[in-house]
Design a protein around this ligand. Structure first.
Ligand code: FAD
Length: 496
């Protein structure tokens, strides 16, 4: 409540925030978590908590009057539709040169993401987090994160036989015929549950088009894993629909200013809480925006010049290929990707074979590539608009396109196929206007020390994707979780 005093306040309930809350609570520290999104624990009038990707309603997007689908065209026609403005679960946040998709609600990105839970190859780790001891990560913190998240692989025999992964098997055949390594990708979706969905003995979720706006069943989001364990300690409380707008020093502690929101996005109350320690876990964009604003406006004057720098898009780029009529990808497609094409070493690209679950046969193979894009952007405070800008340029995606082409130009040549030009506009091949994987902005060992302690203000920590310098070579949340496990262990041992 207003005026409360707490030992630890965590801003945001995604991966970094959930790890911090659980481990602090287990160490005997009371934790208060502040989350701008909704709780997502109550069914709507249709009996469901989340709406499906194929029929988005007000629950789909964060404060928009029209959907902004990542894949915004089909057969050359725009597919976006009007929705009523509501604090929905997926935010499509627009900056000058890029749209950044993020989860909003208790569980953060785990509510909306594909659940692909990938540990980077060890040989790539020094590129991912150069200042971190790889032995410790691979011996202790990656295993701890994978266990905590409930990561598992699809049963290969079921994969080979089910119609729901025909699209992936076509992806495998084409990858292997062009000589690319094809790898299974672990996920936090409950694979036994998915097999029961396919058998008709469980309510369908991944097999009913649910993903981008939440899964009503099957997916082990943070609500089922870290946050459930954190709550079970009895030491963690969560305030949904509350947004942190300021953090400022107050006699050895910090005063945190919080706005309470209604479901139309309006501010209904402003509260202050005093905290001994504050953990910034608002995600790469959320944490960066807060820190850049608080430094520029003088609330946290001692933050260093690295705050806001080193932001990257994990090299995300999407594309589709048009298959021959003898290579249908299936009218039935699971929304959970479970495999990828690894050409990182030779071409700087790791492509997940993604579903296109439209319910009809499209003969399309669809891919989200993670590439070694070297471009890094910076967040800056714009005093005139009272907003934080990001200087990413649309043209900075070109290296990602070039790297993705090392895979798909070769496959197209081998198969005698072409790129789809109808998925992102008319005659547009590349989905190069967005990212699902924002990373950086308060980079480890630059804006913070090597464990996430912000320079200049003791008791302030960054513990989310903002720490990671722009690229993880694979999907990021396992690395975000593992790094948070590493850092919070050190912080509990030495700072409390
Ligand atoms: P987040 O999970 O983003 O959590 C931050 C939380 O803070 C949010 O809940 C936000 O609402 C809240 N917040 C922000 N600002 C404030 C504020 N001022 N006050 C209060 N609360 C605030 N990654 C993978 O590894 N595998 C995948 O398959 C995958 N698929 C994805 C698919 C989609 C559509 C999207 C959008 C992302 C996907 N990701 C995937 C990325 C992954 O979800 C993110 O990397 C991850 O969630 C980031 O974790 P985080 O802890 O840094 O922050």
């Amino acid at each position: 409540g207003d005026g409360a005093q707490v030992p630890a306040l965590v801003i945001g309930t995604g991966y970094g925030g959930s790890v911090a809350a659980l481990r602090l609570a287990q160490a005997g520290v009371d934790v208060h978590m502040v989350e701008m999104g909704m709780a997502w624990d109550t069914p709507g009038s249709d009996g469901k908590i989340f709406c499906s990707t194929l029929s988005p309603d007000h629950r789909s997007f964060w404060l928009r009057t029209r959907t902004k689908m990542p894949l915004n065209y089909f057969l050359g026609f725009p597919i976006d539709r009007d929705v009523s403005r509501y604090t929905g679960v997926l935010d499509a946040e627009e900056f000058g040169g890029i749209t950044v998709y993020q989860g909003r609600g208790v569980g953060g990105g785990s509510l909306v993401n594909g659940g692909m839970a990938v540990t980077p190859k060890r040989e790539n780790f020094s590129y991912v987090l150069p200042s971190v001891n790889a032995d410790e990560m691979y011996n202790t913190y990656y295993p701890r994160a994978n266990a905590g998240l409930g990561v598992a692989n699809v049963d290969p025999a079921w994969f080979d036989s089910t119609p729901w992964y025909q699209f992936s098997r076509v992806g495998r055949k084409h990858a292997q015929r062009s000589g690319f390594p094809f790898v299974f990708v672990p996920d936090v979706y409950d694979w036994d549950y998915m097999e029961r969905e396919a058998a008709g003995t469980a309510t369908k979720s991944a097999l009913a088009g649910e993903i981008l706006f939440g899964n009503n069943h099957g997916k082990k989001s943070l609500q089922q894993t870290y946050l459930a364990r954190a709550r079970a300690t009895g030491r963690v409380s969560i305030s949904p629909l509350h947004r942190v707008v300021s953090v400022a020093p107050a006699g050895g502690r910090y005063t945190v200013t919080i706005e309470q929101l209604d479901t139309g996005g309006g501010v209904t109350a402003t509260k202050t809480v005093t905290a001994d320690r504050v953990f910034f876990a608002a995600g790469s964009v959320g944490t960066s925006k807060l820190l850049v604003k608080l430094k520029a406006t003088g609330a946290l004057p001692n933050l260093n010049g690295e705050v806001g720098k080193g932001w990257g898009d994990n090299g995300n780029v999407m594309c589709g290929r048009a298959n021959h009529l003898w290579d249908p990808t299936g009218a039935q497609q699971s929304t959970i990707p479970c495999a990828g094409i690894d050409n990182w070493a030779a071409g700087g690209a790791f492509a997940e074979v993604a579903p296109l679950p439209t319910g009809i046969e499209t003969f399309a193979s669809f891919y989200l590539s993670i590439t070694r894009n070297p471009n890094r952007a910076q967040f800056t405070w714009n005093g005139a608009t009272g907003r934080v800008d990001l200087n990413w340029q649309a043209s900075w995606k070109q290296p990602s396109i070039d790297m993705a082409k090392t895979i798909f130009d070769k496959i197209n040549a081998k198969e005698g196929t072409i790129y789809r030009t109808d998925l992102f506009g008319t005659y547009k091949i590349w989905g190069d206007h967005l990212t699902y994987h924002p990373l950086g902005g308060a980079v480890l060992n630059r804006a913070t020390d090597n464990y996430g302690r912000l320079h200049g203000h003791p008791g302030l920590y960054v513990i989310d994707g903002a720490l990671i310098p722009g690229n993880t070579s694979v999907n990021p949340f396992v690395t975000i979780t593992a790094l948070a496990e590493r850092n919070i262990e050190k912080i509990i041992a030495t700072d409390l």
